[in-house]
Design a protein around this ligand. Structure first.
Ligand SMILES: O=C(CO)[C@H](O)[C@H](O)COP(=O)(O)O
Ligand SMILES: [Co+2]
Length: 228
């Protein structure tokens, strides 16, 4: 199970998005945080910017939709060029139908859980997904402190993935850095979003490489990864 590092452009300079995307070439995906000022108390960007970014970089786009009425909007992000679209469980009225629609349009379907949302009620839905995102901060802002108390939920989600024999990616987002990535990898995460830890570094591409090396050093021997 390969480690993936997804820099979040939330911590980039929004006036230079194309250059900022190029600065992390070598990353697996570019994580694009879409916020609507309703689901979260912050406002970022929408479909037109995603369309432009998709043209500006060869790195595939991992769109994290922190928006209400995900059922209506998520398919538009696939059409805009996203390779992976993550909707929040708390914002989707019909998550199974939505995941199928995202896949049918040609993108990977992913579902995010806020810190207070347990994973167990969604166990039967996991086969409909390509990725689960466990938020390790309260969504809305970059640069927040990693919530250690999310580690058991990451572990539990990995157990459910293994139990069902699924090829599901497990993403963590929020406060992921050199000092927290190893704990996430040990708990079962294999896709790591990092905003401030990458764009706050002097050399963002080098920060991506260093985070990858750290995560790989853990997954090489982690019990959950060796079970595959
Ligand atoms: O979804 C997010 C916030 O809601 C961001 O992706 C996340 O916070 C990344 O920033 P950092 O790595 O600085 O925490
Ligand atoms: Co995000």
């Amino acid at each position: 199970m390969a480690v993936q590092i997804n820099p979040s452009i939330l911590s980039a300079d929004f006036a230079r998005l194309a250059e900022e995307a190029k600065a992390v070439e070598g990353a697996d995906w570019l994580h694009v945080d879409v916020m609507d000022n309703h689901f979260v108390p912050n406002l970022t960007l929408g479909v037109p910017v995603v369309e432009s970014l998709a043209r500006a970089t060869d790195t595939p786009l991992d769109c994290h939709l922190m928006i209400e009425d995900a059922d209506r909007w998520a398919p538009q992000y696939v059409e805009a060029g996203a390779g992976s679209v993550t909707f929040h469980a708390e914002a989707a009225a019909a998550p199974v139908r939505l995941a199928r629609e995202i896949r049918a349009k040609g993108a990977r379907a992913s579902m995010a859980l806020k810190p207070a949302t347990p994973v167990e009620p969604y166990e039967d839905l996991l086969p409909e997904l390509d990725m689960v995102l466990i938020m390790t901060v309260e969504p809305g802002f970059g640069g927040q402190a990693f919530l250690d108390i999310m580690l058991p939920k990451i572990r539990r989600t990995r157990e459910l993935i293994t139990k069902h024999g699924l090829e599901l990616w497990l993403q963590v987002d929020g406060g992921v850095s050199a000092s927290t990535i190893e704990r996430c990898a040990d708990a079962g995460a294999d896709v790591f979003v990092a905003g401030s830890a990458v764009y706050g570094a002097e050399d963002p591409a080098e920060a991506v490489r260093a985070l990858r090396t750290q995560a790989e050093s853990v997954t090489a021997t982690a019990a959950w990864a060796c079970a595959h």
